[in-house]
Write a protein that binds this ligand. Structure first.
Ligand SMILES: [Zn+2]
Ligand SMILES: [Zn+2]
Length: 313
């Protein structure tokens, strides 16, 4: 069956999606790195700097932006010398599900799995666990193919055009050296989402994301090289290339839905224009990341882990 997406509707939905707005805040590799480090219990500037290898001025800049977004707050500890620590706020703790999804993805597909927490332990059920994307309504584990989507553009989120998104492009080599979800920037995630919504061809993707053909063409070939997309000659028209998801990009789906859900609920207080429904239970899909042992949702204070550097967080 050939599914032809409604390009105008898809464009309007993507431009007003909570994902694209969430990615304005969390589509930058260093920002994601700082947030993930915060969940690993790394709170001081010097530790963040040495763990992430972020240039100092960039780190100061990102910390300031995260404080402004309200996801971390600085605390001053008296001592000699006095020191600042950055703690996650309630809003920031809401990104835990998204962080667990990034860890799970990096463990499977990343190159620096040793920097991730080893053996997550759920204190509630007293078992080691893997985080699993699940449906909040029925508790079932969810894969991408279990959902249908309806698109309802949100005019209140429409005023900022996607074109305003400028992300410095990473070279493929640079991208390969990255860890902790850093290889996946906002454009890659938006391109993947366009493919999830049924846009498989160059002209469709350029239309729905309003990206210039030159930029899109570079981005697509980088993504093919990083195994995030497969490019095949179209079965019906040999002049056309068809882009498809790969096993690794399909696994990014958990991160994409957790981030958009957080952005809608905690950051924008708006409904997303992309509304997934769980086909099996017929409920509107809201993501919940669960323990694969007891199927309960996970809170950071109920999870312990042995970090790879041997320190207890
Ligand atoms: Zn369900
Ligand atoms: Zn459990």
């Amino acid at each position: 069956m050939i599914h032809t997406p409604d390009l105008e509707l898809t464009q309007a939905a993507l431009a007003s999606s909570t994902l694209s707005h969430g990615l304005r805040v969390f589509g930058d590799r260093w920002t994601v790195q700082v947030m993930l480090s915060a969940f690993l219990g790394i709170r001081r500037f010097e530790e963040l700097q040495s763990f992430s290898n972020i240039p100092r001025p960039t780190l100061s800049d990102r910390l300031r932006a995260l404080v402004q977004t309200g996801v971390i707050k600085p605390r001053l500890y008296q001592g000699k010398p006095p020191r600042h620590e950055y703690h996650l706020t309630r809003k920031g703790l809401g990104l835990y599900d998204a962080s667990l999804m990034i860890w799970a993805w990096e463990k499977k597909w990343g190159t620096r799995a040793q920097d991730l927490p080893q053996n997550l332990f759920h204190q509630t059920c007293q078992h080691h666990f893997q985080p699993v994307l699940s449906c909040k309504a029925c508790g079932q584990a969810i894969r991408m193919r279990d959902l249908d989507y309806s698109l309802v553009p949100n005019p209140r989120l429409r005023h900022q055009p996607l074109e305003g998104l400028r992300t410095p492009r990473m070279s493929v080599r640079e991208a390969r050296d990255m860890s902790l979800g850093l290889r996946v920037d906002r454009w890659s995630l938006l391109i993947l989402t366009a493919v999830v919504l049924g846009c498989h061809y160059f002209d469709q993707i350029t239309h729905v994301l309003s990206i210039g053909p030159k930029v899109l063409s570079r981005r697509l070939s980088d993504m093919v090289e990083c195994h995030l997309l497969i490019c095949e000659t179209d079965g019906l028209d040999a002049r056309r290339k068809r882009y498809q998801l790969t096993p690794s990009s399909r696994d990014l789906f958990g991160y994409i839905v957790c981030l958009s859900s957080w952005a809608g609920e905690a950051h924008l207080h708006e409904k997303s224009s992309i509304r997934p429904r769980h086909r099996a239970c017929q409920h509107r899909f809201f993501p919940m990341v669960a323990c694969d042992h007891c199927q309960q949702s996970l809170n950071p204070w109920e999870v312990s882990f042995q970090p790879s550097n041997g320190k207890t967080p």
